[in-house]
Ligand binder design. Sequence first.
Ligand code: GLU
Length: 306
Amino acid sequence: MPAMPDSPSYRGRFAPSPTGPLHFGSLTTALGSWLLARHAHGQWWVRVEDLDPPREIEGAAAGQLAALRAFGLHTDAPVESQSQRGALYQSAVDRLLDEGKAFLCQCSRSDLAAHDGIHHHCLGRGKRAGKAIRLRVPEGARISFVDGLQGSITQDLWRDVGDFVLKRSDGLWAYQLAVVVDDADQGMTDIVRGADLLDSTPRQILLQQALELTTPRYLHLPVITDAGGNKLSKSSAAIPVDALAPLPALHAAWRALGQTGLPGRAANDVASFLAIARTCFAPAQLPRSRSIPLAAVHNETDTNAV
Ligand code: GLU
């Protein structure tokens, strides 16, 4: 993988999948990652994670990028799309195959059902036409890391995850592979994202170790949940944020990030809101929980805020 020409002390990113419009949960994550990057005098990049065409909605990527611009969250580098980066993923997988760290697999989901979906060795039925590529997870593989917000996390990858997919049997790249390759290739030092991805992080660290890549710092922000306790999601048509009236949503996202004391209540445009927010931002106040109910954010304000 080519070394980046510069080595920033902080480079973060927001990497939405184009499965629907930007909603309040994704705005909160975007604002949180932007504030942390600006607080560290670092860079903030946007990347489009369009790896899974069947789940994507036409025009969603352009809509999300336009919404981010309307919220004043401007990328510091040209936006890259994962759909254009297959050659990088292929060379990473080729290397893992050559080194015997990855293997071709014909096991289907139903083959693995009796093993809780966990793959430890091929079951030899080989009925399926397409072959997936999996990372071999050695017995006893455990990964521990300290998350910037959620504290110490340990996962027994062999017991709880097993050999995981890098390239699907239908030829699509798996998120775990693409995100690791892209974060390294783009020189990311700090991964700030929703806590729903906390469980994926040990897989990504194992993959970084297999590819001899540096592990970035991780910080997982709480996700915003609906009345049923489910994460607001782009694909479940959570109410999109109104890019035409961005200030109320920015104020609500600020509060969802545990932030108070914004002297610029008078800020009447997005640029001045963000200029004030970046100076008032207190990372120590970020909530150390994995989720926050949307109702809790609403209750602190009028319900039209988001
Ligand atoms: N593409 C993922 C999403 O939209 C985020 C992946 C990441 O930040 O690592 O939820």
